[in-house]
Structures are given as C-alpha cells and as structure tokens.
Design a protein around this ligand. Structure first.
Ligand SMILES: Nc1ncnc2c1ncn2[C@@H]1O[C@H](COP(=O)(O)OP(=O)(O)OP(=O)(O)O)[C@@H](O)[C@H]1O
Ligand SMILES: [Mg+2]
Length: 340
C-alpha cells in the first residue's frame, strides 16, 4: 500500500491521489453527533444529510473558499479520508496538499495541523496553480510565461507562472458557488420563487450557460413562493441563464485581466501567444471558456480532467520533488509541527 498522498482539499470536492491513481473523490462534507462531536459520516454520505438533519446531528461543509473554516470538523473529516486510503499506515505517510495561492500563514498552519493530527508523517503545501501546471503537464520550468485560471466552487485562483514558480497571483471568492447564488437571486427576482443551493446547482448543471446554446432549453424546477411560502413550480430557460450569470462571469474575467495586467510585459507577450489554461469544475459551465477568451482577447484551453488535475499534480510533485526546486517548498515533520 502506497503511503504518499497528494490531496486537493476543495470547497466542494476532496480528491486524493496516490501514485498515478485517484484513491478518493468525495464531496467535502462531514456529519457528527451534535452533543458529543462524534463523527457520523465524511464525504458524499455526509453531504446528502446537509439541510436534512435533526437537532441531534450536525452536517457541514468545513472548507469555505478553499480554506478551513471549521477546524475540528475539517480535521476529523481529513482523518477519516486518510484512514480510509492509508489502511492504518498513516504514520508512514507523506502528504502534499494543494492550497489557494493567496492563503495566509494562519490558514496554512491550520492545514498543516489538520494533516499532522490525522497522523501524516511529513506534510508539504503547494499552491493549487503550481500543482495544476504539473498535473496537466504544462512546462512551467522555463523562462516562458503561462497562466492558469482555476474556477472552483468557492475560489477562483488565478496565477501566472514562469521558471518553476508563481509570478503574480490572486484568489477571489467569486467562483462556482457565485454562479449558483446568481441563479437563486435571478429566480427570486423574476419568478418570485426561493430556491435552495442544491436546486441552483442542479439548474446550473442542466441548463447553465454564459453564451447562446445552439438550441434553447427549458426545464421545470421547484421552489417556495416568495410571498405565500407554498411549494411552487416554475419554468426557466437558457436565455434567462445568460442574463442571470453575466455579471458573475464578467467579475471572474476582470480578476483574470487584473492578474495579467500586473504580470511583467515579457510574460504578457507569452500569455497572449499561448493563451490561458482554464481548469476547475467552473470551467465546465457552458460557454465560459469562450466568454473568457472574448473578454480577454486570447485563446483559452480547457483540460480533460478539470476537477482532478490539481490532486494529480500534488501526487506527481511528491514523486518528482525536483520539479519544485525553484520554489520554497519543504516537508514539515510531525515533530516539527508539534513543536511549533
Ligand atoms: N456541469 C457543470 N456546469 C457548471 N458548473 C459545474 C459543472 N460541474 C461542476 N460545476 C461546478 O464546479 C465547481 C466545483 O469545482 P471543483 O471541484 O474544481 O471545486 P473545488 O476544488 O471543490 O473548490 P475550490 O477550488 O473553490 O476549493 C462547483 O461550483 C460546481 O457547481
Ligand atoms: Mg479546487
């Protein structure tokens, strides 16, 4: 059993790679007994309990905007995940965890602590865009500029890279969940119906788009009438999606533009010729790659594994630590972390 694990602890999904394979891909959620704090479930099972628990059970998503928001529960979720994949051999495990590029020292510390409390022997953090570059096989070790845009659920992480490291970067909270919020806001305004986050997510996946689809699609969804409080069915179509999602899409594009503007001019030239690499689950939103390409005026490339390439890159970095020689990366041991 391998004992090196590459982890992408995402706001919506946690993906763990070992060697060349995915060993865990679960929704980032945990449920526990409210009174005792005892773990009930971690991952998809806990996610299904969200918004449906009696008072005796609490179900939460412990990662918000790419960082730990509820430490104790995040730690017990991570322990459960790692025990599941490490087969009680955590004391031998080295883990590499991807984090947003603009993470604070405090936020880094809580991830180190959660990993070491889960029993990992050595822990190293890596910025998500660097891991992604490795995971998709982008050669970022030469003095040639490239840019990665990761539209996740809670964070959009944008970074320009060259010579094995980050040059300019920015993480913003406008990401996949913001599209859901925009859908809910639009439906309340235009249809007087209140919908929950799950319904918004389903509508986005079924008919969400930011450019015209070849065929207009209409679906029926359910919510609660804003004024009567009664269950209400309504129809919504793809043209309405374009209106609902426009501002959020523009906001992400503006952040990308601002990172490009801050990047040194020699590198900007490389970016204009090679284009933007777009990853993360948000890149699957219909029309978003074209929308971004039109807004910035450069080519946008998507990848086959947008939701798992960061975790894949962390596992590859563990195997080829040399790839990170130009950055300030090092493993911290359990002893070192417990002394700090
Ligand atoms: N078919 C789809 N259409 C539109 N959006 C989608 C689709 N599938 C997934 N998404 C969105 O992708 C996002 C999740 O992407 P991803 O798994 O990369 O996020 P994460 O890594 O968990 O979050 P973060 O990186 O912000 O911590 C969610 O907002 C989800 O709604
Ligand atoms: Mg992510």
């Amino acid at each position: 059993m391998a004992t090196d694990f590459g982890i992408d602890l995402g706001t919506q999904r946690t993906v763990i790679y070992s060697g060349k394979s995915i060993v865990l891909d679960e929704l980032t959620a945990v449920s526990y007994e409210t009174r005792t704090g005892e773990l009930i479930a971690a991952g998809d099972d806990a996610y299904n309990m969200l918004g449906r628990t009696p008072a005796s059970v609490t179900a939460v998503c412990p990662i918000k905007n790419g960082v730990i928001a509820e430490y104790d529960v995040a730690e017990s979720m991570l322990s459960a995940f790692l025990n599941q994949v490490a087969n009680n051999k955590m004391f031998k495990a080295r883990v590499m965890v991807a984090v947003p590029s603009s993470i604070t020292e405090m936020q880094k510390r809580s991830i180190y602590n959660a990993c070491s409390s889960s029993g990992a022997r050595d822990v190293c953090l890596i910025e998500g865009p660097v891991a992604a570059a490795i995971g998709i096989g982008l050669d970022f070790t030469t003095p040639k500029g490239s840019i990665i845009v990761d539209v996740g659920a809670g964070t959009t992480d944008i970074a320009t890279l060259s010579m094995g490291g980050l040059v300019k970067y920015q993480s913003t909270n406008v990401a996949g969940s913001s599209f859901n919020n925009a859908i809910a806001k639009y439906i309340k305004r235009e249809h007087s119906v209140i919908i929950g986050p799950h319904t918004a997510e389903q509508i986005k996946r079924q008919i969400g788009c930011v450019t015209q689809r070849p065929l207009e699609l209409t679906i029926t969804a359910k919510g609660q009438h804003q004024f009567t409080g009664m269950p209400q069915t309504f129809e919504i179509n793809t043209n309405e999606m374009i209106t609902a999602l426009y501002d959020t899409a523009v906001s992400i594009c503006k952040s990308v533009q601002s990172v490009i503007e801050k990047t040194p001019p020699e590198m900007t030239g490389d970016i204009y010729s090679d284009g933007i690499t777009l990853i993360g689950g948000g890149s699957i939103l219909y029309g978003f790659p074209e929308f971004l390409a039109n807004y910035i005026g450069v080519k946008v490339t998507t990848v086959d594994n947008p939701k798992t390439c960061v975790a894949k890159g962390t596992a590859m970095a563990l195997k080829n630590f040399d790839l990170l020689k130009n950055g300030d990366y090092r493993f911290k041991s359990l002893d070192e972390l417990s002394m700090a």
